[in-house]
Design a protein around this ligand. Structure first.
Ligand code: ZN
Length: 700
């Protein structure tokens, strides 16, 4: 990793955000000392089209009264060696006094009128105007202003908040659109899926990408400082993954509320880029003016750090007013300082790879004229979420891999790859996946995986049909569609198989509970069918309903080359995201065992509420263990607090190749450790788990 990335990862950083600008720089620095912070993301850059320092390029913010906000903060931090990251509102709404100087910068409606918005302007104000991200003058002005900041102030990096607003129809946008697609930008592209796709790709995503790239290059031409941007959510549709190619990191978890699983998803996905992974902390919805003395800050921060992220603390304003939460924060920063190497030099041990496919999130189903199951759950990425949750709850160590990782040969480090409805795959990716299984890897895929190419064009059959040993069946599709007029379907276990161990033979899972997205397929081998689709109602009274196509397969499994595969034409990941059904969890757990030939990295008797994460560096490993039993009321604050301590958790750990476990140190030390060697495995027993423990395992 370049130095800028490592530097941005290891910061002990707090956020100051807000206007009017009543914050006193010296007071803020005193608070940073008290908490053991060493960096601040600070308002003093460009806000609402106005500058918070004397600038040649943007007019000064009137609320400043002539103050140089950035200068004051940089100066106050200088004596302590603290780092300042000015906050740039990039392409946000401009206040009236800012847009008045450049009316031609406005993003406009199809009729040419400026787009009014309150977004980013401040509470209660709705007189903002969106600016166009494809206007070269706008981008140039931002680039010069950022260059000006870097030249004039010893800032340590720059942070960009990027607007996601404004569907602009200005002359720049219209011209660009025509250049790219050869047809005029329609006045309402959003009523047609392909037009919407072209608009979002060609204008919005590319426009913002080009803009931020220009600005990043301008900054780096002065000094190689890290540039961090706001990705918002690394795991959702229209995440700005492409911006990671030229920046040093992103805020991947902008969470003011949400649950623990959400946080985990965003941190783990963000960390997959191998860049700085900033995450808001704590995750719960906090008042701007109050702090809390509960475990939320610690659990959020520890989760973020151990998964490769960097907690950024919300918010300085609250801590200036109310010191209640300072001791919790201090604990985190002191730990980060003391254990920096442990937290930041370790990497997840490759075992299972879960694919988070941005190309699928972007392209999936765009050219489909018929409305199919394709749209279901894609906006929230529920297939991915469901697979993610089953892997977490089954305590399977896994890492997220991205689209490019497949072609980069990263898969070879893993035992198993999981493709949660990764609909869009290129021919190249498909051959890598087939080769992976042929050489002994395990593959689990659901629903429409490989049914589309990387650009969203539907294939006539699955790209992975030879591996799955099935084919897409139009006949079954017609019958399935017509059968949906009846009561919803069950998924029925129809064969005794390692995947169905522990389930009743003939068990029926309520597949109707998630709206049953399903691809009708025909399997080459009857023996490969582990579960099928079953209708409880229909047909002759008193007799089971006979599905016209003879009950289509819902899960097939088998071997391919030296490896194994499981394909679920019924989206069980999606069902799990919607219901959390224990039977689904079991199928996934059994499936992973089947695919790994009963090998494992770590096994535990811990309940669902315990999350483990396993990392290594040379000859030592860290087993992070979180207990998030938390607040069952899911109140706004303190979601994670009120932890119920657990006793006697056991962990069986497969040894590092050719090495023996020498020393075990529990870093928190709330409980004691018993160690026993057995069959090439180390059995550990942890006497007590409060909210978090981290076992340092040193091998010799
Ligand atoms: Zn425009």
């Amino acid at each position: 990793m370049p130095d800028e990335v490592e530097f941005a990862r290891r910061l002990r950083i707090m956020v100051y955000e807000g206007d009017p600008f009543w914050g006193n720089a010296n007071e803020i620095v005193r608070l940073m000392c008290q908490c053991h912070a060493n960096a601040i993301r600070y308002t003093g850059g460009i806000r609402q089209g106005l500058s918070c320092y004397p600038s040649q390029y943007f007019p000064a913010h009137p609320q400043l009264g002539g103050k140089d906000l950035l200068g004051e903060m940089v100066h106050a931090c200088e004596n302590y060696g603290f780092h300042v990251f000015p906050h740039i509102q990039f392409l946000y709404a401009f206040r009236p006094e800012a847009i008045a100087l450049h009316p031609d910068w406005a993003a406009v409606n199809p009729d040419g009128s400026p787009i009014k918005t309150s977004y980013g302007v401040g509470s209660g104000l709705n007189d903002g105007t969106a600016v166009c991200f494809n206007n070269p003058t706008v981008i140039q002005t931002y680039a010069r202003a950022c260059q000006e900041i870097t030249e004039r102030y010893p800032v340590s990096g720059m942070y960009f908040d990027i607007a996601w607003r404004g569907n602009c129809f200005c002359s720049h946008c219209r011209e660009l659109f025509f250049e790219q697609y050869g047809y005029e930008l329609p006045d309402n592209p959003f009523i047609n899926r392909q037009h919407m796709h072209d608009y979002l790709h060609g204008l919005h995503i590319r426009g913002i990408e080009k803009g931020l790239k220009t600005v990043t290059e301008a900054i780096k031409s002065v000094r190689p400082i890290p540039v961090i941007f706001n990705m918002v959510e690394a795991n959702k549709r229209y995440s700005r993954h492409a911006l990671m190619n030229f920046t040093d990191g992103a805020l991947v978890a902008e969470m003011n509320n949400g649950n623990y699983m959400d946080l985990l998803q965003r941190v783990k996905t963000g960390a997959a880029f191998g860049k700085a992974t900033w995450c808001y902390c704590p995750i719960t919805n906090r008042s701007l003016f109050r702090t809390e003395d509960d475990l939320d800050t610690q659990l959020s921060a520890l989760t973020e750090i151990s998964h490769g992220g960097t907690p950024i603390i919300e918010t300085v304003r609250a801590y200036l007013n109310d010191q209640t939460g300072v001791p919790q924060l201090e604990k985190i920063f002191v730990l980060m300082e003391k254990r920096e190497k442990l937290f930041f030099d370790y990497r997840p041990i490759p075992w299972i790879a879960l694919h988070c496919s941005a190309q699928t999130a972007l392209e999936y189903g765009v050219y489909d004229t018929r409305s199919s199951g394709a749209e279901k759950g894609i906006w929230d990425n529920l297939y991915f979420s469901g697979a993610f949750s089953t892997l977490i709850q089954g305590h399977h160590p896994f890492s997220i891999i991205l689209d490019d990782d497949i072609s980069r040969g990263m898969l070879n480090n893993y035992k198993v790859v999981v493709l949660p409805n990764v609909a869009c795959l290129s021919e190249d990716q498909i051959s890598v996946l087939m080769e992976f299984v042929r050489n002994g890897g395990g593959l689990l895929a659901t629903f429409e995986t490989s049914l589309y190419d990387q650009g969203g064009m539907r294939r006539s059959d699955f790209g992975l049909r030879d591996l799955f040993q099935i084919h897409h069946s139009e006949k079954a599709n017609v019958e399935y569609q017509s059968s949906l007029l009846m009561e919803g379907p069950y998924l029925r276990i129809c064969r005794d198989h390692p995947i169905t161990r522990g389930l009743e033979p003939d068990a029926k899972l309520p597949y109707y509970r998630c709206g049953h997205p399903f691809v009708p397929v025909e399997a080459a081998e009857e023996d490969a069918i582990v579960a099928d689709i079953f209708y409880a109602d229909g047909g002759e009274y008193g007799k089971p309903y006979a599905y016209p196509a003879g009950r289509p397969p819902a899960i097939v499994a088998g071997t391919f080359g030296r490896g194994k595969y499981i394909y679920m034409s019924a989206a069980l990941d999606y069902l799990f995201a919607k219901t959390g059904l224990q039977q689904v969890q079991r199928i996934f757990d059994n499936g992973i065992e089947f695919l790994t030939d009963h090998e494992f990295l770590v096994r535990t008797n811990a309940p669902d509420s315990v999350v483990i994460h396993f990392t290594e560096n040379k000859s030592s490993r860290l087993l992070h263990i979180f207990n998030y039993s938390g607040n069952t009321l899911h109140m706004e604050r303190s979601q994670l607090g009120n932890i119920v301590p657990l006793d006697n958790l056991s962990f069986s750990i497969t040894r590092m190749k050719g090495k023996k476990l020498g020393k075990i140190s529990p870093l928190m030390g709330d409980g004691s450790i018993l160690h026993e060697c057995r069959n090439g495995c180390d059995d550990l027993r942890l006497s007590k788990l409060n909210e978090y423990e981290c076992l340092l395992l040193e091998y010799v």
